[in-house]
Write a protein of this length. Structure first.
Length: 431
């Protein structure tokens, strides 16, 4: 961390406090308030962390105004076009693009860890058939800590490495099994001759009576969806993983916490909510009605797939996915899909509407991903599990970075207390 010569001055009750300023390699400077409470006896107040950096990191950088997303310095559009998911996983986990040999070894390692402990299958059977696959995933991933004891010691770098590979390799199997369970079909085991994305598609769509022939265009689109969701710096679910792990909890429990957080409609649940919204709108002529509702302060309705805490410009992932949506729908011969027509027109109307322009609300990654996933044959309930399996590598990379940091402390925010001050207990007969 590069500390500058500059300091910020805080004047409080006639006393001045000097606060160091750190310069990142990219992004705005950061005022270091770590010693503020000890020196000045005050806290800062920032619910939602809108102005607070919770950690330092070298993994992912976002410039929300430019609409730029970099993984280890590489722009996401280049990675989406030229790379593929497992190579991006290697980059996120280890910091550099792999050599051909390193990539080959890594892919082999991941491929050979895709099966889950056979006894874990009984866990699935304990869930109701109508359980949401995210509920099943949260439970089953948490339960991994009960099966893989040899990779739960977070102080052992080798165990951390084993846990990382297990999570990355087994998550597609768990997500696919969660899906198969809810539709009452038998589980399909992974196959080592298929790549990561093709394997996942097959585990979701093959049945014992008929194998699933993986179309390379669909497999490429699936891989791209994984790549575009791989990491996104300190978002809510990643921060959840970091906070949970800061207590020293085992990685499987922490990733289960990340999955639980991702489920919410303001985060990973937005792709499901977005597709449901497009269906509800139904036809292009109803768009003005929904735009008016989104702008109405008295209506809780928001345009799903629009707006982002960090991006105040187009989400670069949405641009890539818009193109993928066109390719996939053309391949499947459904390019006149009414949802795509509604999505495109809605985007056009919103981007030209003063409300959205003024508030810098642009389509985010969820706006087009749902259309592609639905065209591939996934039900809406699988959208967020697919996001979770893609984001696992980001959670794991950020977790590894945090645990290896000698400055790591338990995460423990303070509060602005507005409740009662000390008062005496009143016996029940006197209340
Ligand atoms: N539709 C209509 N108005 C919106 C929308 C929207 N989608 N998003 C934000 N606004 C308005 C808010 O009403 C607010 O208006 P105000 O200043 O007049 O009160 C202003 O824009 C700022 O919005 P905030 O909620 O304060 O912004 P925040 O950064 O907290 O929220 C969020 C970001 C949660 C993503 C928000 O834009 C949203 O709810 N979008 C829809 C859900 C969605 O698509 N989520 C996916 C995010 S991406 C991801 O997780 C992969």
């Amino acid at each position: 961390m590069a500390t500058t010569d500059r300091t910020a001055k805080l004047s409080l009750d006639g006393q001045d406090f000097e606060l160091p300023i750190h310069s990142p390699t990219a992004g705005p400077d950061v005022i270091d308030i770590r010693k503020l409470y000890a020196q000045a006896g005050v806290f800062t107040y920032d619910p939602g962390f809108t102005s607070t950096a919770s950690c330092d990191s070298t993994i992912t950088f976002i410039d929300g105004n430019k609409g730029e997303l970099l993984h280890r310095g590489y722009p996401i559009d280049q990675l989406a076009e030229k790379s593929h998911f497992l190579e991006v996983c290697y980059l996120l986990l280890y910091g550099e693009l792999p050599s051909a040999k390193e990539l080959d070894d890594f892919e082999n390692l991941v491929t050979r860890h895709t099966m889950i402990h056979e006894q874990m299958i009984y866990f699935f059977r304990g869930f109701r058939r109508d359980a949401h696959p995210m509920a099943v995933m949260t439970g089953v991933v948490g339960a991994m800590s009960a099966f893989y004891h040899d990779s739960t010691d977070v102080n052992d770098p080798h165990q951390r490495e084993v846990a990382s590979i297990r999570l990355l390799a087994k998550m597609p199997t768990i997500a696919a099994m969660a899906y198969k369970y809810t539709i009452g079909q038998p589980f399909v085991y992974p196959r080592n001759d298929l790549d990561y994305a093709s394997n996942f598609l097959r585990m979701c769509f093959a049945v014992p009576a008929e194998d699933y022939q993986v179309n390379p265009i669909l497999s490429r689109a699936m891989d791209r969806i994984f790549t575009l969701h791989a990491d996104h710096e300190q978002n809510a679910s990643t921060s959840t993983v970091r906070l949970a792990s800061s207590s020293g909890a085992n990685p499987f429990a922490c990733i289960a916490a990340g999955i639980a957080c991702l489920w919410g409609p303001a985060h990973g649940g937005a792709n499901q909510a977005c597709l449901e919204m497009l269906r509800e709108i139904g036809t292009v002529d109803r768009i003005p009605e929904f735009i008016a509702r989104a702008k109405d302060k008295n209506d809780p309705f928001r345009l799903m797939g629009f707006g982002h805490r960090v991006y105040k410009n187009t989400d670069p992932r949405a641009t890539v996915l818009k193109q993928s949506a066109d390719e996939v729908l053309e391949l499947l011969g459904v390019e006149d899909n009414p949802l795509l027509q509604v999505a495109k027109e809605l985007e056009h109307v919103a981007l030209n509407d003063p409300y959205f322009i003024e508030k810098k609300l642009f389509p985010n990654v969820d706006f087009y991903s749902g259309i592609i996933l639905e065209a591939m044959g996934f039900p809406t309930s699988m959208f967020t599990p697919i996001f979770a399996l893609s984001r696992t590598v980001g959670w794991v990379s950020q977790w590894k970075e945090m645990i290896a940091d000698p400055q790591m402390k338990i995460g423990r925010p303070r509060q602005l207390y507005l409740g009662e001050t000390t008062r005496d207990y009143i016996d029940i007969e006197n209340r």
